[in-house]
Design a protein around this ligand. Structure first.
Ligand SMILES: NC(=O)c1ccc[n+]([C@@H]2O[C@H](COP(=O)([O-])OP(=O)(O)OC[C@H]3O[C@@H](n4cnc5c(N)ncnc54)[C@H](OP(=O)(O)O)[C@@H]3O)[C@@H](O)[C@H]2O)c1
Length: 305
């Protein structure tokens, strides 16, 4: 496993992170098996949110691992807040309350990173700034980031928030590559040229904000997995050919495609299967060539102008 020094922090994170959104219904033994596989593979970064499994994912994670200071020191824990039933909420009161809830469920004194989960239309950045400062001063949160935010939203936040925004978690995969399409099709009259995200990829590179691609195997909005899916014959043929030549599985190639991008992104994978996780981690040793990267991009149905 390779590690990335996350800019503007002292975090040295595994370049692949394990997302814990889907673990709430697993048994203790299964969760422990999955997380210990992750640790054995060199994964040291775990992504949570207060809402995953209605709070159960955080709770079950720490229970299954019997969270203790020695384990806690070895891993980075990231969680998110700001989504409530029927609304988004970046109020100071909610952020503070949500973090206390996560700390208690994760059985820890601090989280390494707190992300604001989805943009709140009613955000008051001054309030977010107050909340972040309180959380940092109390030692409850070390670093801060956002998720699903565009450049101007981050700019607005950064005008008030004293801490650096170190991560932006965004949907990104071979089949959800809008962040890249618009940059390749600048000023064209086609659909891929539509800039839907305010050039978030270049903005994050410029500001040294590490992008964490979420759902790296899904197409659409949780419509399913594109690998071994008959809806994507050409793409699977291409990925499988490269995987066979390299002696790894198609899962590793899907992640290697993300890791090949020079933005040094940190994909968050959500498998609950230890065997699959091991296969995915092989991606860390695979370096796709420039032409392989483009061949996969084109096989996904994208055209170069
Ligand atoms: N910030 C946000 O708004 C946001 C949104 C969504 C997710 N996230 C984060 O991103 C993480 C990953 O999301 P995700 O779970 O949707 O991502 P994912 O890794 O793309 O999908 C994992 C799911 O796909 C299944 N799967 C089936 N075939 C697979 C294959 N060949 N390779 C890999 N997976 C296969 C897995 O099943 P098995 O378990 O059986 O392997 C699992 O249910 C979450 O845990 C969460 O931390 C963040």
């Amino acid at each position: 496993m390779k590690y990335i020094k996350i800019p503007n922090s002292d975090i040295k994170a595994s370049e692949i992170s394990l997302g814990c959104m889907r673990i709430s219904k697993m048994t203790n033994q299964e969760i422990s098996g999955l997380v210990h596989t992750a640790l054995d593979e060199g994964i040291n970064f775990f992504d949570h949110a207060d809402i995953y499994g209605g709070g159960k994912s955080e709770e079950r994670f720490s229970e299954a691992l019997d969270m203790n200071p020695s384990l806690r020191e070895k891993i980075y824990l990231q969680t998110k807040c700001g989504i409530r039933k029927g609304s988004f909420d970046f109020s100071k009161e909610h952020i503070l309350e949500a973090v206390d809830g996560s700390l208690s469920r994760l059985r820890t004194e601090y989280v390494d990173v707190l992300l604001l989960h989805r943009p709140d239309a009613l955000v008051e950045p001054e309030e977010v700034a107050e909340a972040f400062t309180i959380l940092q001063n109390s030692g409850k949160v070390k670093y801060f980031g956002v998720s699903n935010q565009n450049p101007m939203q981050i700019e607005l936040l950064s005008k008030f928030v004293k801490q650096k925004i170190i991560f932006n978690q965004l949907q990104f995969s071979i089949t959800n590559s809008g962040m890249i399409d618009a940059g390749i099709n600048v000023n064209m009259e086609n659909n891929p040229s539509i800039n839907r995200d305010g050039s978030i990829l270049d903005y994050c590179r410029l500001k040294e904000i590490t992008i964490q691609p979420w759902s790296p195997f899904q197409y659409g909005f949780f419509e399913g997995v594109f690998l071994d899916n008959e809806k994507f014959p050409e793409l699977n043929q291409k990925i499988n050919a490269i995987a066979t030549a390299m002696g790894v599985t198609n899962t590793a190639i899907a992640i290697a495609w993300i890791l090949r991008h020079p933005a040094r992104m940190q994909p968050i994978v959500g498998t609950t299967n230890p065997g699959r996780l091991k296969d995915i981690c092989r991606a860390s040793g695979v370096e796709l060539t420039r032409s392989e990267w483009y061949e996969i991009y084109i096989a996904a149905g994208n055209k170069l102008p």
